[in-house]
Design a protein around this ligand. Sequence first.
Ligand code: AMP
Length: 396
Amino acid sequence: MKTIKEIDFKGKKALVRVDFNVPMSDEMIISDDSRIKAAIPTITKIVNDGGSVILMSHRGRPKGAVNEALSLVHLVQHISDLLNMPVQFVDDCIGEKAEETASNLKDGEVLLLENLRFYNEETSGDIEFAKSLSKLGDIYVNDAFGTAHRAHASTAIVAQFFGENKCFGSVMTNEIVNIDKVLLDAKRPLTAIMGGAKVSSKITIISRLLDSVDNLIIGGGMTYTFVKAMGGNIGNSLVENDKLELALEIIKLAKEKNVSLLIPSDSVNGDSFSNEANILSSKIGEVQDGYLGLDIGQQTIELFSKTIENSATILWNGPMGVFEMDNFSVGTKAIAMSLVKATKNGAFTLVGGGDSVAAINKYNLSQKVSYVSTGGGAMLEYLEGKVLPGVAAIKE
Ligand code: AMP
């Protein structure tokens, strides 16, 4: 794996694909700059070497049209503040103006290009568009793990124009190294915690994990599909009726593969999908009529925590309940705390996938687990064993 550490950028122009797809308010205030902050070490390394940096990113879904609200010009000041140096901007990402500005860049300077997705050719992976981008730099650096599962012009196709002169940035390197710790080289026991809403969106990853984990913990909304499949009463809980067979298949496969499958034993139920709902707890297969399961119960928390705290490697994807509502966030918070405890005891803990990251951030615990993946969809596809085009393009 070729990383930026192995390259001396002195006198070179680095074309760096970053993920600056940050959320912004209507007043153009960045509400979460963690993706920009994540790219700072890569930019700083190139600048410190004496190279210049040409940053390219997408933001939002402009669908091939110029859209002022999604212009990257709104990010310039913030990047400049974080780097503590000026950042130049050009209102295009290819063509004469972009080429001229890039070629005039002096060593140590930083340039931001306009939103790549103002061209449809970016998402279609157009080779001519990729070639135009490639004219801007001498070395290609991919540091956008969040889009590594897409074969877009700037994330994968462009790499072919750089021969050996391409590498992963530090975000990409960290993501790959840390996910590989779970995939390839996990210390035992290895426990995966899968939560969130639906079995259907997690089925590929669950099947794949059954080949490698010692314990598979199921929580969140998908629990009730398993419980119904086993003949329990789930009241009005979330269920995927077309996935009942699949749930039974997972239970059978887990037995065959000697994986300890942990399904909640009790449930915290509300009489509506609301934080103000009346609450009743029950055994998992005895959800009261008119109620729906919205969190794991106390007995389950104890059972799951014990398994987590006895594990050496833990992967967590998806909340244990509707953690966005305070009255149903107890289970998710307890599991987060359990991960923190396991980390303190020396376990390697990886948290990834949209909502579990939101949960760990909500409780301010992201610094207390081993690694929080920024990847979302890319991380899930990597864990499913898929080849990510953005990774393959650099490894080739
Ligand atoms: P996912 O994107 O599949 O990880 O799902 C995350 C969502 O699942 C969150 O918004 C949670 O509120 C939701 N969720 C978790 N537990 C439940 C549940 N018991 N019933 C309904 N939704 C749930």
